[in-house]
Design a protein around this ligand. Sequence first.
Ligand SMILES: C[S@@+](CC[C@H](N)C(=O)[O-])C[C@H]1O[C@@H](n2cnc3c(N)ncnc32)[C@H](O)[C@@H]1O
Length: 491
Amino acid sequence: MDESIGRSNESNGECVVKEGKADILRLPFVFYNRVQEFNRDFSVLAINTFLKNELWKNGVKPNKWIKDEMTILDALSATGLRSIRYALECNESVLPLKIFANDVSKKAIETIDKNIERNGVSDRVVSNQEDAALFMVKNRNVKQRFSIIDLDPYGSASPFLDSAVQALAEGGLLMITCTDMAVLCGNHSEVCHAKYGSIALRSKSCHEMALRIILRSVESHANRYGRYIVPLLSLSIDFYVRIFLQIYTSPHEVKRSARHSESEYNFNPTAPKVDRKCEHCGSTYHMGGPIWSDPIHSSQFINQLQKQLSDFNEQDFKTHKRMHGMLQVLSEELVDCPLYYSLDRLCRVVQCSMPSMKTFRSALLNGGFQVSYSHASKTSVKTNAPNAYIWDVMREIEKLKDKHSLAEECPGYQIISKESTHVVSLETHENAEPMSKEMQLLRYQVNPEPNWGPQSLPSKAGDKRLLNQGKRGRPKDGDEPHNDSKKMHNS
Ligand SMILES: C[S@@+](CC[C@H](N)C(=O)[O-])C[C@H]1O[C@@H](n2cnc3c(N)ncnc32)[C@H](O)[C@@H]1O
């Protein structure tokens, strides 16, 4: 039984949720997903890091920053859990904190108000019932802008991006969650284009591409108001993405915006990034993007997050171990190599069995290239090696096979039939294993719990198990009430 959740009133489905320093009531019809605790823990850490290092001051003229208080807008607050955690756990501010817990739903506001009182944070947290986009636009005036905005919607954050880029103070922190991964990962390219202005490609590196599509979309909204973005951290987690970025104003930087994005030529099935024509296998290209092509993380911010995390333990953050592992992988990630190859995919193209990651990474390092994992996939290979070298490595690996049975019409056959242009060594390289692996950290989370994923949309029908009068088994003591109603695929 998860001790963080207790049932306080069975008849109306109310329950108590303990997370971080918050202790909140969750009423029926109000959204809560406990698997997103990692998202909330990370956000607490990011805000504290932002505040402690006074990151808003970077490049901002002193008189441009509003100095009397720090305001946080939790724009889609549901139970108010984030707002309350920020009020109780973000202690690094030199300025007083004021937090707005906004939600459009009346039930959510009732819950938020109860939770504000329950946690004794009424001096710092105020509730507001309004459409988030409208509330942000109303506060776009320079003097009213928020220092930090958190967007955590159902599915896509795209309806809120335009107002958020207007309502954020100079150098402020924008935190965005999107859970519409099917759209962002290329299952519905037209929808992706409509929402984010980019075509997503269904490729192995689609999770990083999703991050880059969102970043470019936010940049494009910001540019309309003479503003530009500086990405701090971009995470692909479980079934969603979470992005942390800053926004500044500069007409000069806005003019240079086109340099931060590019289109992708990708063919099926092969590497994430190729030249104009595929000289290797002759397959037709799929074109995707535009995507953000500059770094998606700031190494300095990752470093600051690591330092900040070392002040906390598993008592403070239940997901401490995972944060520690992920930050180490992020610190090792090559920042100048957009997207990544996937070793299993490369092997499938030339139809050979998968060598160890150590062997493949060694081959790249032996050729004088850089290599890293991406935090988004455990079979990922980020590298600055050109495609020609990658296929030379694959030819070398394929040679180890006893039987060569590729059909002539396969792209892999075209690749294997060509002569290599580089000498490749598969000898083990001393730096082939990353530090995060040697330290045996939790680098890639397995499923956090059974049936994890996007939560059901709270419905008026309420908890079906209660409505079914226990015919399909009553909830066990301590179970979180959730309804089995129509699964919202992108919530
Ligand atoms: C995914 S939940 C938020 C979860 C919450 N941030 C957390 O960490 O537990 C999305 C919330 O957004 C609210 N919402 C949906 N559309 C909205 C809008 N246009 N303006 C404000 N709130 C909205 C819903 O009522 C719901 O409570």
